[in-house]
Design a protein around this ligand. Sequence first.
Ligand SMILES: Nc1ncnc2c1ncn2[C@@H]1O[C@H](COP(=O)(O)OP(=O)(O)O)[C@@H](O)[C@H]1O
Ligand SMILES: [Mg+2]
Length: 372
Amino acid sequence: MSYPETTPTAGAAGATSAASAASAANVAGVAGTGAGATTPAPHAGIVVRDVHRSFGPVHAVRGATLQARPGSVTALVGPNGSGKTTLLLMLATLLKPDTGSILVGGHDPVTEPEAVRSVMGWMPDILGSWASLTVLTAIETTGRLYGLGPQRARTRAHELIELVGLHDLARQPSRVLSRGQKQRLSLARSLVHDPSVLLLDEPASGLDPAARVDLRLLVQRLAAEGRTVLVSSHVLSELDEMADAAVYLEAGATVSADRIARATTSLRAWRIRALDPRSVLPALEAAGVPREAVTLDNLGVLVALGGEEHAARLLGALVAAGVRVTAFAPAVGDLEHTFLDLRSTQAPIQTAPMPPMPPTQEQTPTNPGDAS
Ligand SMILES: Nc1ncnc2c1ncn2[C@@H]1O[C@H](COP(=O)(O)OP(=O)(O)O)[C@@H](O)[C@H]1O
Ligand SMILES: [Mg+2]
């Protein structure tokens, strides 16, 4: 998928003008209902600075700082209870921060909630829907609440039902929908006023693998049209292929760029497969990979490498040695690797220079066949 070459500000304009004439008219129509929302936002995207929020003694968010850019999907990653929903609720104007500042599409959710709502689409983690309304009516009613005229609201509902693939259920009451279908309805509702900023709280939760792929493609497309998308999940593999950038929340605080940089360059297992699996181990040895950096599992050979630079060099060496490589990839996704590494290094860690081919801590037999 190709993303438009836009600066953050140009991207915001893209969200309201490039997508389609109909949707641009839609945004303008809705923006007209929000106080002061008719002028383009000075800073598109999302900017959060040192936001805190407590519930009595519980410090749910304690120092969140992040930026999400137009034209990209930003993952908000953290375990259950780390403050993702609380942070998203503050961005969505539904909860006030105790301290700190937030801009959504250039507007402050505390002082300009109408302006934020006119440019922001919100998909909550649990669909609070009118159980007896049909899918069509639920979306149409949401459109009316956002200020669309009756005809426009109906047309928009039909468009969105197609977009999220709910046409067969359009006239069913929303109470009969499965969890995954409710997620689609919720996503459709969040898009009703063609927002330029989308906040999605655990959107992939409850989706089967095929529906997750559909969701990923749709979310990436919405971003490619210039929107800012912030999407949360505690299931990292859901976001790994969807996101262009990631923000990590740990006990309510965003993790510093420094720690993320250290975690992403730490040792990581890469899985290698080849047409002739027996050719891999000798070629690794010839390439200077220490035996203790190599393990086997039932899917292939795992090699601990210190980063993409090392990986690229090793792949080149294997191919040059005649190994017919069929797979060469990190054994876990980027987000998961970084997240696990952050969790295993709660305290600040010291940086070490990267050795050319780093060893692992664990000594494991590399090849059961040649163990003597
Ligand atoms: N309304 C509330 N009252 C009291 N505690 C809350 C409330 N909302 C959230 N919390 C607490 O704040 C912390 C963060 O919750 P939440 O933002 O839902 O995390 P996440 O979405 O990452 O799972 C949790 O400890 C949760 O129990
Ligand atoms: Mg949550």
